[in-house]
Design a binder for this molecule. Structure first.
Ligand SMILES: Cc1ncc(COP(=O)(O)O)c(C=O)c1O
Length: 398
């Protein structure tokens, strides 16, 4: 049966292959060593959401309005809460009617945005490596996708100086995000200020994906809303998935220039209604009753980061200390390269021999090749046990 060309352009990425491998491993309960699966391949938090958020959802679940469709107008209490949070968190006034949009996860927003901005063939720029919805959304919009390579040598910082003026003139949109997944780099406000300034001067939209804004471990996260020019051509995405640990509830929001919010809302009106009002009550409670929950979450990740890096160093795997929570970004070891293993092959081998699932870096673009991402989504003791499990295999190989 025919499927669209864009389906083949989306392709079956390394994430699908990894998912199939994990599923097969789980179902056969095999592993050459009979180990159970330790899944560190997804940034899906094992930390509980704030109790106040869960209580608010429970209290509202039985209300009749919670089970009916929720059109945009009914999201007003949520949008007004976001506006107050924005004032408290960043000292910035935003208009809840015109500049805020409720989303079914920030991934949904970054994936749909190109459909709202680009015509087929228009140029969109992403970072390489980057979160898959940045590229995926541009594929859905039939964009001509360009990428700006990040490198370890440059601390995974973008060098916008590599983009010529004529290149910038042809761009219609750029999607990026700092703190950056998968490289676990916080970045600097100056990157975002620079790119927003370029967006205004060269007439392209800047989309800043910022679900980790509250999860910097070193330094301060960049925020597009602090950059001059966002009200002209900028939009920023925030999420309840990471710092409030509510990923399964699929709630997020965008704040941005009114024409962009309006265009994205139009696309969404074809695709979805909003999440239930009961879930929105949970999000409202998270922002109003547990605004410091991200601090608790950050401290948990800080301890996990430090203990896991110590454990890995003790077996000889030298991993750079990441400046943000949730992930380690690990170079594949020299012995693996000498044997011709790439990141995907090494991740498959690691899963088969030890039951530990990591994400191959090339799943985030060619710029992630030869790196593996480890999500710190288990308590420190279990992460240390995972490294202890890895040790005999590592010693045998190296
Ligand atoms: C950069 C980035 N954006 C978006 C998402 C997805 O967030 P949400 O659960 O809000 O869709 C992730 C999840 O890992 C991410 O790393």
């Amino acid at each position: 049966m025919q499927t669209s060309d864009r389906i083949s352009r989306l392709g079956f990425g390394v994430f699908d292959r990894n998912d199939r491998l994990k599923d097969a491993y789980r179902r056969s309960s095999k592993g050459s060593n009979g180990f159970s699966l330790v899944d560190l391949s997804l940034g899906s938090s094992d930390i509980a959401p704030p109790p106040a958020a869960i209580a608010a959802i429970e209290e509202s679940l039985g209300l009749f309005d919670s089970s009916t469709y929720c059109l945009h107008a009914a999201t007003r209490p949520f949008r007004e809460t976001v506006s107050e949070w924005c004032k408290w968190r960043f000292g910035i006034d935003v208009d809840a009617s015109r500049e805020v949009l409720f989303l079914v996860g920030s991934q949904e927003g970054t994936a749909h945005l190109p459909l709202a901005i680009l015509n087929p063939g228009d140029r969109g720029l992403i970072l390489d490596p980057s979160y898959p919805s940045h590229r995926g959304g541009m594929v859905l919009a039939n964009a001509s996708i360009q990428s700006l390579q990040l490198s370890f040598e440059n601390n995974w910082h973008p060098n916008f100086g590599l983009l010529s003026s004529s290149h910038l003139d042809q761009l219609r949109m750029m999607t990026l995000g700092f703190p950056h997944n998968p490289t676990a780099t916080v970045g600097h406000q100056s990157f975002i200020d620079e790119v927003m300034d370029l967006g205004v001067r060269h007439d392209f939209v800047v989309a800043h994906d910022n679900p980790y804004v509250d999860l910097a471990l070193e330094g301060e996260s960049p925020v597009l809303l602090r950059s001059k020019g966002w009200r002209e051509r900028g939009i920023e995405f925030f999420s309840f998935s990471k710092a409030w640990c509510m990923g399964g509830f699929r709630m997020a929001f965008a704040i941005g220039a009114e024409p962009l919010i309006s265009a994205l809302k139009k696309i969404k009106s074809v695709v979805d209604f909003n999440q239930s009002l009961a879930l929105q009550q949970g999000a409202i409670a998270a922002l109003t009753k547990a605004p410091d929950w991200p601090i608790h979450v950050r401290n948990v990740y800080m301890e996990r980061r430090d203990r896991t890096i110590r454990a890995l160093t003790s077996i000889g795997w030298n991993v750079p200390i990441p400046s943000m929570s949730l992930y380690l970004w690990m170079p594949i070891p020299n012995w693996a390269k000498e044997r011709g293993f790439d990141d995907e092959h090494l991740a498959a081998e690691l899963l088969d021999k030890t039951g530990i699932a990591l994400t191959p870096g090339s799943g985030f673009g060619a710029g992630g090749a030869n790196w593996l991402r480890l999500a710190l989504v288990l308590p420190s003791e279990e992460l240390e046990l995972a490294v202890a499990r890895l040790k005999p295999w590592w010693n045998e190989q190296s």
